[in-house]
Structure formats: structure tokens, C-alpha cells
Design a protein around this ligand. Structure first.
Ligand SMILES: [Zn+2]
Length: 316
């Protein structure tokens, strides 16, 4: 697999997990070590918006390391290797100059209280970790991390900021994220990392996986009934129900997946996921008793209407 394919897959699998990434926060990278290049997030974009044509920049690793060594905050001199993708890298691109092929930097919301609490510790049984004091993002933080870096340690907790995870491949990154979730996140509903990753990758085994976005709604299973025009138009597939320990894959692409009563929406873009999530929240407020749904001819009339087809197309 080409490094760009690995990078896009990485972004589209973990990017929609809003317990780890919010807005344009956090960044990922994948290195092509033979070419001394690194794919890294473009400044200001959301990770899950990444495609083969959008959201990243290609840096020359030695040039970026030189920027770090000489305190040069304008990294543009390091991105000239790909003229069609020479966008400004994330200010945190220098955090990704460490040797590992895959690096993830996230702001995990469930961990923030601990990260902002002095003297809190971050013990995970299977991995050594290092906790880094607060430093301004960018060169100051990367330089501080350089002084504390240990090649045998792959997880760094950043006080009042987030986490950096380093590994040689995506599976190892996911295993470390899952360990953090299991051992350090407080009780609550979070992305079910192994299952969500496998599903989003396998539902569309092309270069660009679909986005599988957790809603953090814990809801009993329900069949979609077309109560309103929006529900009839936007939800055309039944909820795909999956038991976490019995992985099977849907034959058609579902719009809503229920895994042990945790709900995920599926879309090609974050906008599409957000629309489905908002409609899902509205739908779940409709009581299933003493209510009536639209009848089949009414539903067919809406779904076949060119105005609704156009609206559906425009909301991706
Ligand atoms: Zn950050």
C-alpha cells in the first residue's frame, strides 16, 4: 500500500471519533521512510475530511527537522516536495518528526480532567508511558518532547493538552488507543475502537473508507419508521445491528449501525454524518406508542420526488 493510501485510511478511520478529535484539533502522520517524506495534516482542517485530494500536505522530513532545530516556525520550506499539495502544515507537524512511521496526536476529551489535574498518573499495564509538562504547541512542545523521548516508549501524555502515540503501523496505534480507553477513560460511552475500525475499513474496501461516526447515544434497538418526510427521505436502510463479539459485515452500506446498543452513523463526508446524527436524535424523541407513520404511497411519493432527490444529493 502506498503511504498516501495508508494516510487517508488512518484519517478516515480515527478522524470521526469525536471522543478523540474535535473540530480541527489533533493531527496524524504517515512517513514514507524510503523517500524521506511525511504525509501530515494541513493546518486548520478536520482529520475526517481527509481524502486523496484534500486535507494533507507532504513534507520533506529532513527539512522539517531542520526547521525544528533552527526554531523556524514557518514550515513552508519543508513542503515543496509536492507542488500540488504544498498547503501549510499543521503547527504541530514538528511533533511528527520522531522516527515511528505512524504518529497520532489527539485531544481525548474523556482524559482531559486527568491531564489538567496536577500529579495525576497515567498507568497502563501493557505499555510504558511518559508524561510531558505543558509547553506551547509547535516548536516549544516538540523540543521538550525531544528531551524526554525514549525509543522504547510509544505513548506520551501531554499535560493540559492531549496525547501522542507512536507506532510502526495502524493496528499498533489502535491497540494503544484501546488500552488508553480501557485503562484510563472514566466510565461512559465511547468509541468501541476495534469494532468501529474494522467495520469502517471493511464496509468499503477501497482506498477511501466510509466514515463511521459514534453518536454517543445509547439507545434500545428500533426499526426506522417513516414518521416524517425527513425521516422517510434520509433513512432508507434498516438499522444494522451487530454484536461486538460476532463480527459480520453488512452486504449493503448501512446508514446507522447499532453495536451492543451504541449507535454509529455512516457517511461519505462529515457533513453527511452530522445530518444523519441530527435526524437520528430527532427521530429517537418520537414515542413508538400511539403514533402513526406515513403510509407507503406517501413515502414512495417523497422518495421518488426529484426535489427530494436533489436535496439528498446536495446534503453530502
Ligand atoms: Zn494538540
Amino acid at each position: 500500500m502506498e503511504a498516501i493510501d495508508e494516510y487517508v485510511r488512518f484519517c478516515r478511520i480515527v478522524g470521526p471519533w469525536t471522543d478523540w478529535f474535535q473540530g480541527p484539533g489533533g493531527n496524524l502522520s504517515v512517513k514514507d521512510l524510503f523517500k524521506n517524506h511525511m504525509f501530515v495534516k494541513q493546518s486548520g482542517v478536520r482529520i475526517a475530511d481527509t481524502t486523496h485530494d484534500y486535507g494533507w500536505t507532504l513534507c520533506e522530513l529532513n527539512a522539517l527537522r531542520e526547521c525544528l532545530a533552527t526554531n523556524k516556525e514557518d514550515f513552508i520550506s519543508a513542503v515543496s516536495v509536492c507542488p500540488t499539495h504544498s498547503a501549510k502544515p499543521s503547527i504541530e507537524a514538528v511533533l511528527h518528526t520522531f522516527p515511528s512511521k505512524y504518529i497520532l496526536h489527539a485531544h481525548p476529551a474523556p482524559l482531559m480532567t486527568q491531564l489538567c489535574t496536577p500529579d495525576s498518573s497515567f498507568y497502563i499495564p501493557t505499555f510504558k508511558t511518559i508524561t510531558v509538562p505543558y509547553a506551547k504547541p509547535g516548536i516549544p512542545l516538540a523540543k521538550l518532547l525531544q528531551t524526554m523521548y525514549d525509543p522504547s516508549v510509544s505513548i506520551y501524555f501531554l499535560r493540559n493538552h492531549g496525547v501522542v502515540i507512536m507506532a510502526d503501523n495502524l493496528d499498533e496505534i489502535l491497540i494503544r488507543m484501546n488500552s488508553i480507553r480501557i485503562h484510563l477513560f472514566p466510565a461512559g460511552v465511547y468509541t468501541q475502537i476495534p469494532t468501529a475500525a474494522i467495520l469502517s475499513y471493511r464496509m468499503k474496501p477501497t482506498q477511501q473508507p466510509l466514515l463511521l461516526r459514534p453518536t454517543f447515544l445509547s439507545s434500545p434497538l428500533r426499526t426506522f419508521l417513516p414518521y416524517t418526510p425527513d425521516i422517510a427521505v434520509f433513512f432508507t436502510e434498516p438499522v444494522f445491528c451487530l454484536k461486538e463479539n460476532a463480527l459480520t459485515y453488512p452486504s449493503t452500506v448501512p446508514q446507522v449501525i447499532s453495536i451492543d446498543n451504541h449507535l454509529y452513523v455512516v457517511g461519505e463526508t462529515l457533513t453527511q454524518c452530522a445530518i444523519l446524527e441530527e435526524l437520528l436524535r430527532a427521530y429517537l424523541q418520537i414515542s413508538s406508542s400511539f403514533t402513526i407513520q406515513l403510509v407507503d404511497p406517501e413515502v414512495a411519493s417523497l422518495r421518488g420526488w426529484d426535489k427530494e432527490k436533489e436535496r439528498l444529493q446536495n446534503s453530502k
